[in-house]
Design a protein around this ligand. Sequence first.
Ligand SMILES: *Cc1c(COP(=O)(O)O)cnc(C)c1O
Length: 437
Amino acid sequence: MAKKKSKSKEPAVFGGDKAVTESLPRWPWVTDEEIEEVHQALVESREDWTQICTAGPGGRAGQLEERFADYIGVSHAIATAGGGPSLHMACMSALQMGDEVITSPYSWGQTVSCILQAGGVPIFADIHPETLTLDPAGIEEKITEHTKAIVVVHIGGIPADMDAIMEIAGRHGLMVIADCAQAHGSLYKGKQVGSFAHYGCFSIGSGKNLAAGDGGVLVTDDRELYERALLAGMHPMRTRNQIQTPELQERIDSLIYTYRINALTAALALRMMDRLDELNGWRRRNVAALAEELDGVPGIRPQRLPDHLDPAWHIAYWTFVPEEVEGASRAQYLKALQAEGVPMGGSYVGTPIHMRRTFQRKEFQFGKGYPWAANPRNDEIAYAEGDCPVAEKRCREGDITMYGGSCWKDVSKVTNQIGKAFRKVTAQIGRLKDIEA
Ligand SMILES: *Cc1c(COP(=O)(O)O)cnc(C)c1O
């Protein structure tokens, strides 16, 4: 007589009980101190309007800028309406219509959108298979006489190889803009990311590691670059006050986007910085605990990063190992784990950016071939599958990700249960290939 299968050993995808019963805390959340800071800003605005209006310099937005610049270790910061606006301000300062910009196809669309918005032509270089950021080895062959900048992204918080990238940029006279939207507190050789590039562009919106509603911060260590960025996004009440370069003063109040931060977001972010390092500490500890918990489990392994990269893990990354799962696909493997309550998914990027419609057809907005048409090399520039094989393979089958879910204070129960879920599912590994995915 066949023994009745225990419900706790049977994978949930086949009808057993779920292994993960602990619920995961939400991210983000606000503390009482943060609410009080916003309240105070509103109360003070009765006497001092600058507490809720950021057109001019100063106020809590000014305090946030000082604190953020200090945290990153640079001389200037501009609090902005978002990571996207910060990136656009940086690109406005760097580019003329038709200029080429080397960037990564392995990101969220805004890493590249800012280039198009400023009239630049994105040229994609491949990523490194372990660090998942721009591989310096592939950059130089993409540089032409029309190349003006490199936009790097510290995806998920993993720092790009800044020494190598800055060295290449220096030799070719290129500006480097870093998309740090997912990397507050990530360290490269012990120093904050955002301090290496000419511009570092942070988001403090949505669910980022510093999540104050919607907003951003742009940082730079160069006075002239600071003034150029102010010119692109800040109100004349501020630019008249802060721009000292005569040639830039002549441009005040000519082409400005309303990219200043909302004052209440600035108040919230200012207080949230009190706990940024503590929360990043939880993320680091939890990703390390999970790596230990999942050590030796078939089908998954952690990214192998060199010691000088210390990510604050906005997204935690693993690599799927198809050779270990007896013919199951990543989708089947993940479906079984998700049924157990494991908070992991496939690729964060999905379709690599160079394979999206805008690039396949070179069709920005609905227009007349710009910005490509402004580049003398327009006929040679095309985007196709195979351009960035490492990024394409990661998206298609390599990525296993956990988004936002690494920020838990008391995590040991959850990591234990996730480990249990993996062991339960992989004990039945031969059955996974029959799952309908
Ligand atoms: C969130 C994000 C942005 C944009 O930031 P917003 O504040 O939403 O404008 C840009 N790049 C990356 C990689 C991001 O994750």
